[in-house]
Design a protein around this ligand. Structure first.
Ligand SMILES: CC(C)(COP(=O)(O)OP(=O)(O)OC[C@H]1O[C@@H](n2cnc3c(N)ncnc32)[C@H](O)[C@@H]1OP(=O)(O)O)[C@@H](O)C(=O)NCCC(=O)NCCS
Length: 156
């Protein structure tokens, strides 16, 4: 997924951040271009995905720091929103909130409740609301939402 996102043409260049311990890469997060289909026009936004920390380094705050740095980098680039699909328990404490409750429409009906999330950054303007649209890579790799038993399990 990361390789495909890096190779794709995009309105915003993908950004990878890594966490290192003793020069070993132990964590990674990626921001990549997506769009918000707002009424006046399309808005360039980014998706935070994937995020991963090696199992033996989890639970030490590395993921938290990667998410915080990713939000800071997006803000520095004048990007108004970072969207993702993920655990509200995890991301809710790290700058994200329920995007559906904020009035945004998800790109799929296959998101478990509460997992469509957004972080609002400083270049946000009040008119920027609408449908979040993933880049083609997420669709090509079928990485939007869940299907089948995983979706059913997440809904119950
Ligand atoms: C999710 C993940 C990135 C967190 O990284 P981390 O460095 O362990 O996270 P931190 O140490 O900063 O934070 C620990 C918190 O993460 C929570 N956590 C760890 N794994 C989690 C998971 N899979 N789902 C939800 N919460 C998780 C811990 O319970 C703890 O919760 P707290 O905020 O209540 O204390 C890491 O566990 C991971 O790589 N998991 C596998 C890949 C994955 O699920 N990525 C996210 C896809 S959306």
């Amino acid at each position: 997924m990361v390789d495909t996102l890096r190779a794709a043409r995009a309105s915003i260049a993908p950004l990878s951040l890594v966490a290192t311990v003793d020069e070993r890469t132990v964590g990674h997060v990626m921001l990549s271009a997506c769009r918000l289909d707002a009424l006046p026009r399309l808005v360039d936004v980014v998706s935070l995905s994937p995020l991963g920390v090696l199992p033996e380094f989890q639970g030490r705050g590395i993921g938290t720091r990667l998410v915080a740095q990713a939000l800071a980098e997006a803000d520095n680039r004048g990007i108004p929103f970072v969207f993702l699909e993920g655990s509200p328990h995890y991301y809710g404490k790290r700058g994200f909130s329920d995007a559906a409750k904020r009035g945004f429409r998800p790109p799929s009906l296959r998101y478990p409740p509460g997992t469509f999330q957004v972080a609002t950054l400083s270049s946000y303007e009040a008119w920027m609301s609408g449908t979040f649209v993933y880049s083609d890579v997420f669709w090509a790799l079928d990485c939007v939402g869940l299907r089948g038993e995983r979706l059913e399990a997440a809904r119950t």
